[in-house]
Design a protein around this ligand. Structure first.
Ligand SMILES: Nc1ncnc2c1ncn2[C@@H]1O[C@H](COP(=O)(O)OP(=O)(O)OP(=O)(O)O)[C@@H](O)[C@H]1O
Length: 470
C-alpha cells in the first residue's frame, strides 16, 4: 500500500529527483546558460572549468592535488568501498544483531576514505561495545574481503579505527638524503619515516636518555648519523661522542663534536669524558636556578651559551659489560656505568641527553635500571625476543610488532614506541658519511669544547652523591 500512496502523492517523483540530484542540477545549469546566453554561453561553460583547473594547478599545486585527492577519496567512499561495506562487515563477522529486532543488524560506519602513500585509509566508527582489537583479530579476513595485500588497524580515538589498506610497504624503499635540514625546534625533531610514509618526530625536550640496539649492520650508526646531522646545525646543541667500536664510524663528526674518542681499550680515557659530562650535569643542577632563574633546563630558552649536550656512547657494551675484564678495568667499567646511570636518571633537567647504542642488547650491556629510565627506545633488527625486550622492555612481548621480524635486507628499519606508547616500525633515513662530514665541517664554528662547558663552580666541589651509591 505504501507504494500506491507514494505514486498518488507524487513522493516517488521527489525521491527520484533526489536520487539523481547532481545530474538534474547539471542539466538545469546547461538549460539555463543556453537559454540566457546561447551557444557562446555553453562554450564558456565547457571551456572555463578545465582552464581554471589548469590555472589552479599552476598557481597552487599543493591545494590543487589535495582537492583532487579529496574528490578521488570521496568517489571511492561511495563506489569502491561504500557499496560493499555492509557485505564486508558481515562476512568478517564485525556486524552486531539489533536487540529486539530479529534478523536485523547494525554495522560499523564507514565515515571517510583518505589516501596515504601506502594505500587507501578507511576511517571507521565502531559500534557500541566494539573495540579496535575486534578489527585487529579480523585483519587478515578484512584484507581478503577488501582485496588488499594487508590491512593495518590503528586506533585513532574513542570509538574510531583507521583501516589502512597496505598496497605497498613504504619501508622497503630506503630514504636516502643528500643533505639534512637543520633542527630548529628540539621539540619536534624528524628522525624516521613511518609505515604510512609520513615523517615521525621526537620531542627531545625533557628527555634524559635513549637506548638503542640491533645486530651488526642493522643501521644503528647510520640512523644516529642522520639524526645528528640535523642536530649539529643548531648552535644550541653540542655533541660528545664515545665510540666503543674503536673504528671510524663517528670520525665524520670530529670537526663539530665538543669531545670525541674512539678509544675502546683504555677505559680511563672514556671515564674522563663521562666524568666531564657528569660534572657538567651536576654543576647545572646545582647552579641553574640561581644563575639562570629556572631549575629545569627545558623551561629556559635555548641558548648557545648553555647548549643541550647529546652524549652518544656507541657500542656501550665495551664499557658496561664487565665479563672478561681484569680487576682494575672492572672497577673503571663500574664507575663508567654508575656515571652513565646517573646521567640517565638526572640529566633531563640539566639539558643533557645520553644516547646508548649497542649491538649486544642484553641486561649486561644495558642494565635494566638504565633502560627503564630511558624514555626513548629504538630496536633495529635483533635475533631474539630477549634482545628485543632488553631494549624495548616487556611491552614487546605482547606486541604484534617486533624487531625480530625485521628482514636482514632492510637496514635502517627499526621498532620504536609512538607518542601513545604503541610500538611501530619506522625506517631511518640514510646519509653517507662524506655528506655527514661536509655538514660537520661547515658547522665547525658552532663547536664548543667540552672543557669550556665544564668550568668548575663552587657547587662542584661538594661531594658527589652518586659516588656514594656507585
Ligand atoms: N637507513 C638505511 N637505509 C639504507 N641503508 C642503510 C640504512 N642504514 C644502514 N644502511 C646500510 O647498512 C650498513 C650498515 O649500517 P650501520 O653501520 O649503521 O650498522 P650498525 O648497526 O651500526 O652496525 P655495527 O653494529 O656493526 O656498527 C650501512 O653501511 C649502509 O650501507
Amino acid at each position: 500500500m505504501m507504494w500506491l500512496l507514494k505514486v498518488v502523492t507524487g513522493v516517488w517523483l521527489l525521491q527520484l529527483a533526489w536520487r539523481f540530484k547532481r545530474a538534474l542540477a547539471a542539466a538545469a545549469l546547461v538549460v539555463f546558460v543556453f537559454a540566457a546566453y546561447g551557444w557562446a554561453g555553453l562554450l564558456v561553460l565547457v571551456v572555463c572549468p578545465p582552464l581554471l583547473a589548469l590555472a589552479w594547478r599552476w598557481v597552487h599545486p599543493w591545494s590543487y592535488w589535495r582537492f583532487v585527492g579529496w574528490l578521488v577519496a570521496r568517489h571511492r567512499l561511495r563506489t569502491v568501498y561504500g557499496l560493499r561495506w555492509v557485505e564486508v562487515m558481515q562476512s568478517c563477522g564485525l556486524h552486531r544483531p539489533l536487540p529486539g529486532r530479529p534478523g536485523e543488524f547494525a554495522t560499523p560506519r564507514l565515515v571517510q576514505v583518505t589516501e596515504s602513500p601506502v594505500g587507501d585509509v578507511l576511517h571507521v566508527r565502531l559500534l557500541t561495545g566494539q573495540e579496535p582489537g575486534d578489527f585487529e583479530c579480523q585483519a587478515a579476513e578484512l584484507a581478503h574481503a577488501l582485496n588488499a595485500p594487508a590491512v593495518r588497524v590503528t586506533s585513532t580515538g574513542p570509538g574510531l579505527v583507521d583501516l589502512t589498506l597496505v598496497e605497498r610497504d613504504v619501508l622497503a624503499d630506503g630514504v636516502v638524503l643528500d643533505d639534512v635540514d637543520p633542527v630548529t625546534d628540539l621539540r619536534a625533531v624528524r628522525f624516521a619515516v613511518g609505515e604510512d610514509g609520513a615523517w615521525r618526530t621526537r620531542d627531545y625536550a625533557n628527555i634524559a636518555a635513549e637506548v638503542g640496539g640491533g645486530v651488526p649492520g642493522s643501521g644503528k650508526t647510520a640512523g644516529e648519523t642522520s639524526l645528528a646531522c640535523g642536530l649539529i646545525q643548531n648552535p644550541a646543541v653540542q655533541y660528545v661522542v664515545i665510540d666503543g667500536k674503536g673504528g671510524e664510524d663517528w670520525s665524520w663528526n670530529t670537526p663539530r663534536a665538543a669531545a670525541y674518542t674512539n678509544e675502546d681499550e683504555d677505559l680511563n680515557v672514556v671515564l674522563d669524558l663521562v666524568e666531564s659530562v657528569h660534572q657538567l650535569m651536576r654543576a647545572r643542577l646545582k647552579t641553574q636556578k640561581t644563575q639562570r632563574g629556572q631549575a629545569n633546563f627545558w623551561n629556559l630558552p635555548l641558548d648557545p651559551a648553555h647548549p643541550v649536550v647529546f652524549l652518544v656512547v656507541d657500542e656501550v657494551q665495551t664499557f658496561t659489560d664487565a665479563k672478561g675484564m681484569d680487576k682494575d678495568t672492572k672497577t673503571v667499567a663500574a664507575t663508567i656505568t654508575a656515571r652513565l646511570s646517573a646521567l640517565v636518571k638526572k640529566g633531563r633537567s640539566a639539558g643533557i641527553i645520553t644516547r646508548l647504542l649497542t649491538q649486544k642488547p642484553t641486561s649486561d650491556a644495558i642494565p635494566t635500571a638504565i633502560r627503564d629510565n630511558a624514555s626513548v627506545r629504538t630496536a633495529w633488527r635483533v635475533l631474539s625476543d630477549d634482545a628485543a625486550e632488553a631494549i624495548l622492555g616487556p611491552v614487546v612481548r605482547g606486541s604484534a610488532v617486533s624487531p625480530v621480524d625485521i628482514p636482514a635486507g632492510m637496514p635502517g628499519v627499526a621498532v620504536v614506541a609512538d607518542a601513545g606508547g604503541q610500538l611501530e616500525r619506522v625506517r631511518f633515513p640514510y646519509i653517507d658519511e662524506h655528506t655527514a662530514e661536509q655538514i660537520a665541517t661547515r658547522t665547525a664554528d658552532l663547536r664548543r669544547d667540552l672543557t669550556d662547558l665544564t668550568s668548575p663552580t663552587p657547587a662542584d666541589k661538594a661531594p658527589a652523591d652518586e659516588e656514594a651509591s656507585a
